[in-house]
Design a binder for this molecule. Structure first.
Ligand code: CTP
Ligand code: MG
Length: 235
């Protein structure tokens, strides 16, 4: 079984309202993206691809990958304007087209507290179901609003899951789904990779093992919480 992990770190972190994109933000003294890179490095994935803003490729190679000794990185690819463009560029990078992977795991560098347990479950789940995403039951009640901001619908909370990464897919299935997505050119509703599979294929996505600590650092409030969660990671 050959597995590729794509770590996405090509965003601008606009909702954090900070000077630097959040993937470089120091958490307990270490750049955010280093945490998930280390955890994947120590997992059983074979290769790692990293997507970063085009102008940062050399910087990341020297100051992140080499400095922190991430040896499984096969290539650094340039990010796109949107997350799905960053994924597409990484999936179709020349260095990867010659390789035959069975599985691809796609992970947000903005989830630095991803655990080995989640990665292992995603690998097993991806192999079994072809499309498998970590999920946790929503703790909040969720409401669907109408266009005027009134509640239109309150779905039963027992059916509501919050979706995390790494999401795992059969490699060919994922590549073909992304190719079709870009051929069709309709990106509505694509906020995660599973949505691409749902939109472009007949494969059903299995919701699997996630952890409440695997939060996505999105706004400045998340920084204190994630630093607490990351205390057990000694780098
Ligand atoms: N990402 C990416 N390429 C993009 C946009 C996002 O690789 N063009 C990555 C981010 O670096 C992050 C992950 O996708 O690790 C999840 O995206 P998000 O939390 O939205 O991060 P940002 O897009 O950077 O933040 P914001 O939406 O607040 O600008
Ligand atoms: Mg974003």
């Amino acid at each position: 079984i050959k597995t590729l992990a794509i770590i996405l770190a090509a965003g601008s972190g606009s909702r954090m309202q900070m000077e630097v994109p959040k993937q470089y933000l120091h958490l307990n003294g270490i750049p955010m993206m280093v945490y998930s890179l280390k955890t994947f490095e120590e997992s059983c994935v074979d290769d790692i691809a990293v997507a970063v803003p085009e102008d940062d490729i050399e910087y990341v190679d020297k100051n992140i990958i080499k400095k922190y000794g991430i040896s499984k990185v096969l290539y650094i690819s340039k990010g796109g304007k949107s997350r799905y463009e960053s994924v597409y560029n990484a999936l179709l990078h020349p260095a990867v087209l010659k390789k035959k992977y069975d599985l691809v795991l796609i992970h947000d560098a903005a989830r630095p507290a991803v655990s080995k347990n989640i990665i292992e479950n995603s690998i097993k789940g991806g192999l079994k179901f072809k499309a498998y995403v970590p999920a946790v039951l929503s703790k909040d009640t969720v409401k669907i609003a109408d266009e005027n901001g009134f509640s239109r619908l309150t779905p039963d909370r027992k059916d509501i899951y919050c979706i995390q990464t790494p999401q795992a897919f059969s490699y060919e299935l994922c590549k073909n789904a992304y190719r079709k997505l870009f051929e069709a050119g309709d990106f509505r509703g694509v906020t995660d990779d599973a949505a691409v599979i749902e939109k472009m294929t007949d494969i059903k996505v299995k919701l699997g093992y996630g952890e409440y600590t695997n939060i996505k650092v999105t706004t400045s409030e998340d920084v204190e919480i994630i630093e607490m969660f990351l205390k057990k990671y000694i780098i």
